[in-house]
Design a binder for this molecule. Structure first.
Ligand SMILES: [Zn+2]
Length: 395
């Protein structure tokens, strides 16, 4: 397989299936340019339609490979119209025809399956996909892919360790001991033991750190040795045996579902508020309360300011932030007036990062079916950033 020929053919707007076929029979871009369509059919076994499509494609200017990659990743490698329902083949489609504009920019391109690509090019038929329909499908699908990828990354504790702002080392270690009878070894354990930050049993030596390293202020007030990476790896170990419940989804599912999260571990992604601690942080600095509110529900996380990871984390915490918060749900209670109050203890708080998962996509198909059944309501739209406002209540 010549991956380069494959990738190049995609850039000319050839479908991945036709690109694979051309590649298998040994057709390169330059051969396609010089061969007649008749030869491609008789000597290379293509159909007339395939030969025609290839010849037409390589006359165009190639799309920038970075643009192709971005389109595919943001569309999760499936058609933005049918979300892969019609198969996992795809083609880079010009929303406004290339022949009219020669516009190879991101905005004029969309990922379609060959089937929907045909519909986009069928003139005059009532089934035809219009330019606006494709634009809307692209925008809404890219948003859903983004949200789904962030959620999936969160569930697998896929966060950048330089984006981790808070690590409650004691709670993470307690949980490890409960689950594994000991604290598992990570790639950083030896190094942290040599620095005497970890004791022989792998637990954090808070007394040593406080008296020898931090200068008596907050715990991590020294040049750290990838402590965040160590504790992230421990969290990933924990995630292999413990499901972290999506707290936002549980909250949307109603009182009973939310009440059932008591005593469970969960993650929350979204906009939260907190008032920053008075500086400097000392042993007597009171806990920080971080919260998230929407109609009928309030979630509170109590942070020990000693476990903030850096001065920038301390500066960040006193305001509105978008975080992923891994926590233990302590209580879920109905307040006077009917609101629900959730109290939780955080293990680890990070700024969410996206990552691209290329595995297609049964979950999306299910979601798509549900979207059709429910008439495409965009219930995911609140996940990013706008959660500071009151949202529709689903109670
Ligand atoms: Zn499609």
């Amino acid at each position: 397989m010549n991956q380069r020929t494959l990738a190049t053919l995609l850039r000319y707007g050839v479908s991945n299936l036709l690109a694979e076929k051309a590649n298998e029979v040994g057709l390169t871009i330059s051969k396609v340019r010089t061969l007649s369509q008749r030869d491609m059919v008789s000597k290379y076994g293509l159909t007339t339609g395939e030969a025609k499509a290839l010849t037409a494609a390589v006359r165009r200017a190639a799309i920038d490979s970075g643009v192709v990659q971005l389109l595919l990743e943001r569309s999760n490698f499936v058609c933005c119209v049918c979300k892969g329902m019609k198969g996992h083949a795809y083609i880079i489609h010009h929303i406004v025809e290339y022949e009219k504009t020669q516009d190879n920019s991101y905005d004029n391109l969309a990922v379609l399956c060959p089937n929907d690509h045909d519909l986009a090019h069928q003139r005059g038929l009532s089934l035809r996909l219009t330019v606006n329909q494709i634009r809307n499908a692209k925008t809404s699908w890219e948003q859903k892919v983004l949200v789904a990828n962030v959620r999936r990354a969160a569930q697998m504790i896929e966060v950048n360790d330089d984006a981790i702002d808070y690590v409650n080392v004691n709670r993470i270690e307690e949980l490890c001991v409960r689950l594994f009878k000991e604290i598992p070894t990570t790639g950083l354990t030896d190094r942290l033991k040599r620095a005497r930050i970890l004791k022989k049993d792998g637990s954090f030596d808070q007394r040593f750190v406080q008296t020898k390293l931090s200068g008596g202020r907050y715990l991590f007030d020294y040049i750290t040795h990838q402590e965040t990476e160590h504790y992230k790896q421990l969290m990933q170990e924990i995630a292999t045996v413990t499901e972290f419940i999506d707290l936002d989804a549980a909250a949307s599912a109603g009182r009973t579902k939310l009440k059932a999260t008591e005593g469970q571990y969960a993650f929350f992604i979204g906009g939260v508020c907190a008032k920053g601690p008075d500086l400097p942080i000392v042993a007597a600095t009171p806990p920080i309360m971080m919260h998230y509110s929407r109609k009928n529900i309030r979630i509170e996380w109590i942070l020990d300011p000693m476990f903030l990871m850096s001065t920038s984390a301390i500066a960040r915490i006193g305001g509105k932030n978008r975080y992923v918060i891994y926590c233990l749900i302590r209580t879920v209670d109905k307040q006077e007036g009917g609101d629900i109050l959730v109290k939780a203890s955080p293990l680890l708080i990070a700024q969410p990062t996206t990552y691209i998962d290329k595995t297609p996509l049964i979950a999306y198909q299910k979601r798509h079916e549900r979207d059709i059944a429910e008439g495409f309501d965009d219930e995911d739209e609140g996940v990013f950033g706008n959660d500071f406002n009151e949202e529709e209540s689903e109670w």
